[in-house]
Every structure is written in structure tokens, then in C-alpha cells.
Design a protein around this ligand. Structure first.
Ligand SMILES: CC(C)(COP(=O)(O)OP(=O)(O)OC[C@H]1O[C@@H](n2cnc3c(N)ncnc32)[C@H](O)[C@@H]1OP(=O)(O)O)[C@@H](O)C(=O)NCCC(=O)NCCS
Length: 190
């Protein structure tokens, strides 16, 4: 059920911009750190039934300059988004995104997705791509509402034999003034 690369070979990490919500908002976005690993692993278990990321992979992604791992916090870990970059490629890939079931449907997914797109723009990418399980209604809803369009399909892609739909979104150039990409209250602290 998750966003997956066929052959991910990340070897560097992007330093994602620190993203914060105004005080009245309930969650906060920031770059993930090694201290988040235990909670990320627990979230993987809670959010996915198949194709889970291992702690080894998560550790590698947190440390890689070719990845941006953004976490959302609200009374603990509320969600994360993981974007991968390839050197000299204008296409970023949303490799995984998950929101804790306790906070699902409250816009954390939209905020993480917008933050992932902003991280991609800041790396010079003009497109975001992802794969999603054909039966993952919540994720399909989220991606379509966030402007993603289907452009392909991988048959038998997931551990359960399900097909992956391939989605893409064109990203506008980064703006230093950009504030309103997920919530009117979202600001970027550099
Ligand atoms: C996909 C996911 C990250 C979305 O996170 P979220 O915080 O719940 O998302 P949002 O609240 O921003 O938006 C979800 C949208 O889908 C809708 N939605 C939520 N659950 C739904 C469901 N079961 N079926 C259909 N639509 C659903 C919501 O109403 C919302 O629409 P809205 O913006 O019009 O209100 C979350 O459902 C999740 O972690 N799922 C498990 C992991 C996963 O599948 N990741 C994606 C891999 S491709």
C-alpha cells in the first residue's frame, strides 16, 4: 500500500527546510532525525499492513543527503513523508507517507505532502512522482485533491499482488514568500 521505488538507491540526504505551524495550530512539521527512528517504526506498523520500511532503511533515509524525511508532531509523532532525489534529475519521488491513525483525516497528510513538494522545489525539482496501491482510497483521494494526475500503472507491484497507480504533479518554482502551501498558518523557518 505504500509509495515505493522499484530500485531505490539513495545515498545522500537533503536538509529539508524546517517547517513550523503557528502556535494556534496543533501539529508541527520538522526534519526527521535519528531520535525519531523508534516512533517512525511504530508508525510504519500502525499505518501499513505490507511493504513496511525496516528500521535499517529508515536509518539510512534519515542520514541520506538524497532524501528528505519530514515528520509531523502532535503529542508525539503524527506522521511523516519521505522524498527521494536523484542527482541531476528534476523528478522527485514521494517514497512514503503515513499519518498516525489517531489523527487521520485532519489534514496532516495534506500538510506533509505540501512540505514534501516544497522540499523538492528547493532541490530544483519540477515534478513529484509517486506510486499508490489501486485500492488505497484515502491516499488516492489525498493525491487527487492535492493536484496529482495518474500517468501509468505497474502491475503486481505490491507484496499483496496489488497494482500500483503512478501519479505525477508539476511543481511550481520555489518562492521565498511561500507560506500558504498547506495551511494559511504554515510558515517556513530556515
Ligand atoms: C494517505 C494518508 C497519509 C492521508 O493522511 P490524512 O492525514 O488522513 O490525509 P488528509 O486528512 O490530508 O486527507 C485525506 C483525504 O482523504 C479523505 N479520506 C480519509 N480517509 C478516507 C478513506 N478511508 N476513504 C476515502 N477517503 C478518505 C479525507 O476525507 C480527506 O479528504 P478532504 O481533504 O476532502 O477532507 C493516510 O490515510 C495514511 O497514513 N494512510 C496509511 C498509509 C498510506 O496508505 N500511505 C500512502 C501510501 S501511497
Amino acid at each position: 500500500m505504500k509509495v515505493r521505488l522499484h530500485n531505490p538507491r539513495p545515498n545522500r540526504v537533503c536538509c529539508a527546510a524546517m517547517l513550523q505551524l503557528a502556535p494556534e495550530s496543533r501539529w508541527r512539521l520538522r526534519p526527521g532525525t535519528p531520535a525519531d527512528l523508534d516512533n517512525l517504526l511504530a508508525l510504519e506498523r500502525a499505518a501499513f499492513t505490507t511493504d513496511r520500511l525496516s528500521v535499517r532503511s529508515l536509518r539510512r533515509f534519515v542520514a541520506s543527503p538524497n532524501a528528505a524525511l519530514i515528520v509531523a508532531e502532535e503529542a508525539g509523532l503524527a506522521g511523516y513523508a519521505l522524498v527521494l532525489f536523484r542527482p541531476r534529475s528534476p523528478v522527485a519521488r514521494l517514497y512514503s507517507i503515513a499519518v498516525a491513525p489517531r489523527i487521520a483525516g485532519r489534514g496532516v497528510g495534506a500538510a506533509l505532502l505540501a512540505a514534501a513538494e516544497e522540499a523538492a522545489r528547493r532541490r530544483g525539482c519540477d515534478r513529484m512522482r509517486l506510486e499508490v496501491h489501486v485500492q488505497n482510497a484515502a491516499a488516492l483521494n489525498r493525491y487527487r485533491k492535492s493536484g496529482y494526475r495518474q500517468f501509468g500503472c505497474y502491475r503486481d507491484y505490491y507484496d499483496d499482488g496489488g497494482d500500483a497507480l503512478r501519479f505525477e504533479k508539476r511543481l511550481a518554482p520555489p518562492s521565498p514568500q511561500r507560506k500558504n502551501f498547506a495551511s494559511p498558518d504554515l510558515t517556513i523557518a530556515r
